[in-house]
Design a protein around this ligand. Structure first.
Ligand code: UD1
Ligand code: CA
Length: 449
């Protein structure tokens, strides 16, 4: 039987944040969710999450399943105390207990499996993941004899000599429940921080083994925002390299961020300062950026998007967007359409070959094939309480600076006069014009002087 305990009760003082440490995010997922996701891959019988500081916020943040049980640790007197509290609240204590710090977010399921197999092969009381760090500052130092661990000494409790040891404790342990149960309540807090350290169990147990692994960034613990940004960088590098191998060109990868869930086709060029977030899908031969933000959006083949922001929308093939377009949620832009500078769209569907080239607001609208929307067109969709739809047929031509007061329906091949305020529906093939006639007053200047 395998149980897992994730320690997530601490405040995270060194983050200097009102948000609990484990709720900080890396590439859109919290530290805790990341650790939890890796643990779920092991299919354990039970996952205990030890919460304390802002426990409700932490509990509400995770994707729940029936194996997860929260253990409340209040007050928080250290990692050893967290496990003591766990022992008080859990009846079924059989087999192995994998304990993970909630602030080691990049840990992979494979590494955890390796630890469990190692633990089994040694028939150990406890097995600990260790690694050598060039800069071990802040971590507990691990002192071994062969691969048995004699003790772990926290940074703050180390003397000068001990501090030189580069072998560190990653904060990931596999215990035998039975062995741990015999000593867990004997832990003391006679150290610099006056905390009950989980690491002191190592000395109390006999068969304490070290599984030393290569440090490839996976074991980075997060105590402050410098370490948070290091983890972000590690993940981003992996994501971008994966896409590069898959056929994506990044002009300036360091300036771009891509979510783990993003799918990008081949021969896509991503220009500088482009950010692709959420579940976005960019198809082959697109050119995205520079300076573009795309979230939860599908972009089909051969699109060009420059200097624009797009949320939760669907862009078909051969569409050009930008510079400076803002496509808000629930837009569908069909093939060969063009959205130009300073155009804002929301909840609107465009048929093929629609052009909205300049300075427009299009909201709650449906626009037919090959219609041209002139510069400065505004759909006045909001009457102060409700939103109303605008429908425009195909092959229509909306004159510059037209205001369309919704609800309104314009047919196919309709033209509106520039500067019109259109309040009435208009049939196919008509001209709708609603503006005052121009008056020319002769000799106007002369009369004045
Ligand atoms: C800990 C280890 C250190 C190791 C490092 C790896 C101890 C004593 N030290 O130090 O050897 O090198 O992790 O990253 O364990 N927590 C609780 N309840 C508490 C205190 C902490 O749940 O009472 C949780 C925190 O929320 C955090 C985790 O335990 O997720 C680790 O706590 P932290 O204070 O960050 O320990 P470190 O000083 O990093
Ligand atoms: Ca830590």
């Amino acid at each position: 039987m395998l149980s897992v305990a994730i320690l997530a009760a601490g405040k995270g003082t060194r983050m200097a944040s009102s948000l609990p440490k484990v709720l900080h995010e890396i590439s859109g997922r919290t530290l805790l969710q990341r650790v939890l996701d890796s643990c779920n891959e092991l299919n354990p019988d039970k996952i205990f999450i030890v919460v304390g500081h802002k426990s409700k916020e932490v509990e509400n943040s995770i994707i729940k399943n029936k194996n997860i049980q929260f253990i409340v640790q209040n007050p928080q007197k250290g990692t050893g105390h967290a496990v003591q509290v766990l022992f008080q609240q859990v009846k079924k204590q059989e087999g192995k207990l994998l304990v993970l710090n909630g602030d080691v977010p990049l840990i992979k399921a494979e590494t955890l499996k390796k630890l469990i197999n190692f633990h089994d092969s040694k028939n150990a009381d406890v097995s600990v993941i260790t690694t050598k760090k060039n800069n071990p500052y802040g971590y507990g130092r691990v002192f071994t004899k062969e691969n048995l661990i004699k003790k772990i000494v926290e940074e703050k409790d180390c003397n000068e000599n001990q501090r030189q040891n580069l072998l560190i404790n990653a904060g990931i342990y596999c215990f035998s429940w039975l062995s741990l149960s015999k000593i867990i309540n004997t832990l003391k807090s006679n150290n610099k921080q006056k905390e009950i350290y989980l690491t002191d169990t190592i000395t109390l147990l006999k068969k304490s083994f070290s599984l030393e692994v290569e440090d490839n960034g996976e074991l980075q613990g997060i105590n402050n925002r410098i370490q948070l940004s290091k983890c972000e960088e590690t993940i981003q590098t992996l994501i971008k390299e994966k896409h590069m191998i898959g056929g994506v060109t990044f002009i300036n990868p360091a300036s771009c961020t891509i979510s783990e869930d993003a799918i990008i086709g081949f021969d896509v060029i991503i220009e500088a300062n482009t950010h692709i977030r959420g579940k976005s899908n960019i198809s082959n031969n697109c050119k995205i950026g520079p300076n573009t933000f795309i979230k939860d959006t599908t972009v089909n083949e051969n699109c060009e998007i420059i200097n624009s922001t797009i949320f939760e929308s669907k862009i078909m093939d051969h569409v050009k967007i930008g510079p400076y377009s803002h496509i808000r949620p629930n837009c569908e832009i069909s093939s060969q359409s063009k959205i130009g500078n300073f155009v804002e769209m929301k909840n609107s569907q465009l048929d093929e070959q629609v052009k909205i080239n300049h300075l427009s607001y299009i909201g709650d609208s449906k626009i037919g094939r090959n219609t041209n929307i002139g510069a400065g067109t505004i759909t006045a969709n909001f009457d102060g309480t409700k939103k109303h739809p605008t429908n425009i047929g195909k092959n229509s031509s909306i004159g510059a600076n037209t205001v369309l007061i919704a609800p309104i329906n314009l047919g196919d091949s309709v033209t509106t006069g520039a500067g019109s305020v259109i309040t009435k529906d208009s049939q196919n093939n008509s001209l709708a014009i609603a503006r005052s006639k121009q008056v020319n007053i002769k000799n106007w200047k002369k009369n004045k002087t």
